[in-house]
Structures are given as structure tokens and as C-alpha cells.
Design a protein around this ligand. Structure first.
Ligand SMILES: Cc1ncc(COP(=O)(O)O)c(C=O)c1O
Length: 382
């Protein structure tokens, strides 16, 4: 029998059977009534999940496409922008803005640090403002979830548009687009939204609509997309099956309730961290409830994290991820967002325990899963 596979990566994430079933339905034409009903419901559900009354624009692309749409629509060549960067995805904002000819001022931190709202306010003060501030809510490369509310509040008085990468945070941790004054939120389908990769979304505030730039754009032109969506139409052929699947997944998330989903993610994060520590492993990501998306763990002395991840996949069918840049070989990451419960954490930790034992690491055996189950059972809100 083929080996059973487990997907514990921070994107793509496991997809519920109901969502997979929706993908298997016959393809319909995107200008017919069947699709329009699904499309309209999906856009409405996205507004609820993003906690916004603004337009949510849906694109056939991954999360980076939605991020690129933000730069292409609000920036003009030569605009000064500030990018807060503490990992691979902060660096992605820098590269995107530079590719569109922006004058990029990076507020850079060592990977794994948590960006400070005071530093951001000070930098904007020194610069005398910027067209936009680009933020990463959940820095998937390090496991840090930033205090987005405080960062957005620090940026607001400067008049800059606040543009957020919510690719791995949307649906997993609290994200109040309107209440926190976020002007643009970019995200994707394949993380906590429990849908396969292939859909990107951008929430655009009235302030952002009023500040569009002059960068060249065509497929990602927000006005084209908005004028299509207003009629429940699309400027280009949409990924009809993925939209149908996303609609089902969003329905499941809203049925659970966003607050309940956030609590579940907090407890999953706790379970993962407590289990890893019980084994004797050192966390790389912060040991705090807010960082509930992915747990980054240092490989024990003498163990190469990249080889550990390969052994987990090839020997046990368990997919985790290693790390990028300077952390490569030193850190591995367990994702716990979306269609995920504590038994997934138990499986991931059990497999890590086995693979580390195979590799000769000195770890505490037989305690991680018990500790994880206990940590998950404790109430999330204290
Ligand atoms: C925080 C963050 N931003 C951006 C991306 C890029 O998204 P995509 O790979 O869907 O283009 C990812 C995906 O891993 C991510 O985790």
C-alpha cells in the first residue's frame, strides 16, 4: 500500500473532505447563474472573514500575486515606501516594491525578532512620511506573529497607507481589517482558509481607492476587477472550481465562528510548543499565544534540520518544512493552521520524536504527546 501522507506545512495546508468534494463538481460557466450565486456568496463570506465592509477583490493567483497587486495599484515609480522586515516575507515586500521602482526604506530586523511599533513611528517621523507602509502580520519564515494592531496604529498618524501581508494569518489569528485601519490586506487560499493554492485576495479600503498610483498594470488592475465583481462578473476567466471550494471552506470557518477558530489556533500553538519543549527541544519562534500559526524549532546539536525534514517525509510520510536563509539546516517548522486539530499536533510531534531518535539525538521520549494534549485542553483565554 502507498505510504499515508500527512501535511503539516504552513501552506498548503490540509483541505477538508467537503471542500475537496466541491472541487470535484462539474465545471460551470462563469457568466451563468450557477456561478454568480456562488461567487456572490463567496465574496460576502470573505468580507466577514476579513472583518471589512470594503471591497474584497479575488484573483486567480497565489498570495504573492495579491501582494504584487497592492504594489502595482497604489505605488508610482519613485514613491517612498517603508517596509518592516523581519524574515523572508518582509524581504518579499522589499523586492516587490523595488521591482516597481519605489524608493524603499527598510526597517529591518534580524530574522526572528518582533517588529516594534515605536521603531516604526520613529522611522516615519525621521522620513517625514511615506506613501505606504508594508507590514507582514504572520512572518511564516520565523513563526513570529507581529502586533499588527499596534504597528498599524503607529503608521496611521503619518498618513501612509497601511498595507498588510495576511497570507498566513487570515482565519488563524485575529485580524480586524477595518477596526485596525488597514488599507490593503493581501492573502491567499491555501493557508488557514483551508482551500488548495490558486486564489489570492486583496481588501481595498476607500482611502486606498483614493490614492491609486501610476505603475503599469493589466491583469492585476484593481479597477478592472472591481467593475467586474460589481456585476458578479469577472474581467478574466476565474478559477470557478477553486471559488466554489473556497466558498465551502469559508462557510465551514464561519460556522465554527472566527473567535472559536482563533481560540483553537492559540491552543494548537500552545500544544505544539509545550510538546516540543517537553521533548527537550529549544523553540526558535516566540513562546507566546499570539504566534499561533507556525512553530519554529531549533534542531538539536549535531542534527541537520534539512535532513530531518527529508527523513520525516521519506520514512514516515510526514511533511514539515525546514527554514530559509541563515536558519537553513538549523531550524524546522511545524505549521498548525486551517483544517487542523490536536491529533495532527500529536502525529507531528510523534513523528519528530521518532525521526530524532533515529538520528541519534538525545531527547526525552514518551512525554511530548501527553504534554501537547494537556496544553490543548487548557482554556485559551485566561
Ligand atoms: C506570510 C506569507 N506571505 C506571503 C506568502 C507567499 O504566498 P504564495 O506562496 O501563496 O505566493 C506566504 C507563503 O508561504 C506567506 O507565508
Amino acid at each position: 500500500m502507498a505510504q499515508k501522507r500527512y501535511l503539516f506545512t504552513p501552506g498548503p495546508t490540509p483541505v477538508p473532505p467537503e471542500v475537496l468534494a466541491a472541487l470535484a463538481e462539474p465545471v460551470v460557466h462563469h457568466r451563468g447563474p450557477d456561478y454568480r450565486a456562488v461567487f456572490g456568496e463567496c465574496l460576502e463570506r470573505l468580507r466577514s472573514v476579513c472583518r471589512t465592509t470594503s471591497d474584497v477583490l479575488l484573483f486567480t493567483c497565489s498570495g504573492t500575486g495579491a501582494m504584487e497587486s497592492a504594489v502595482a495599484n497604489i505605488c508610482s515609480p519613485g514613491d517612498r515606501v517603508v517596509v518592516v522586515s523581519a524574515g523572508a516575507f518582509g524581504e518579499r515586500w522589499q523586492k516587490l516594491a523595488a521591482a516597481y521602482g519605489c524608493e524603499v526604506d527598510a526597517l529591518s530586523y534580524t530574522w526572528g525578532e518582533t517588529p516594534s511599533p515605536d521603531d516604526l513611528a520613529a522611522r516615519l517621523g525621521e522620513l517625514g512620511g511615506a506613501k505606504a507602509v508594508f507590514l507582514t502580520h504572520s512572518e511564516t519564515s520565523t513563526g513570529v506573529v507581529a502586533d499588527l494592531q499596534a504597528l498599524a496604529a503607529a503608521a496611521k498618524p503619518s498618513g501612509a497607507l497601511v498595507v498588510v501581508d495576511g497570507v498566513s494569518s487570515l482565519g488563524a489569528v485575529p485580524l480586524e481589517t477595518d477596526a485596525w485601519g488597514i488599507d490593503v490586506l493581501a492573502s491567499g487560499s491555501q493557508k488557514a482558509l483551508m482551500t488548495p493554492p490558486g486564489l489570492g485576495l486583496a481588501v481595498v479600503s476607500p482611502a486606498a481607492w483614493g490614492a491609486l498610483g501610476t505603475s503599469p498594470r493589466f491583469y492585476f488592475d484593481w479597477e478592472k476587477t472591481r467593475s467586474g465583481q460589481e456585476k458578479l462578473d469577472s474581467a478574466f476567466t476565474p478559477a470557478v472550481s477553486l471559488v466554489r471550494a473556497l466558498n465551502v471552506a469559508l462557510g465551514m470557518l464561519l460556522e465554527e465562528g472566527l473567535e472559536a477558530a482563533f481560540d483553537r489556533h492559540v491552543r494548537l500553538g500552545r500544544a505544539c510548543r509545550e510538546g516540543a519543549k517537553a521533548m527537550g527541544l529549544e523553540l526558535f519562534s516566540p513562546d507566546e499565544d499570539r504566534s499561533a500559526v507556525v512553530t519554529a524549532i531549533r534542531a538539536p546539536e549535531g542534527i541537520d534540520a534539512t535532513e530531518l525534514v527529508l527523513a520525516l517525509r521519506d520514512r514516515y510520510g510526514v511533511s514539515l518544512v525546514g527554514a530559509h536563509g541563515e536558519l537553513k539546516g538549523k531550524v524546522f517548522r511545524i505549521g498548525h493552521i486551517g483544517y487542523y486539530d490536536v491529533f495532527d499536533i500529536a502525529t507531528a510531534l510523534g513523528a519528530v520524536e521518532l525521526a530524532l531518535t533515529d538520528a541519534g539525538a538525545e531527547i526525552e521520549r514518551g512525554v511530548a504527546v501527553t504534554r501537547a494534549l494537556e496544553a490543548f485542553a487548557a482554556p485559551a483565554r485566561v
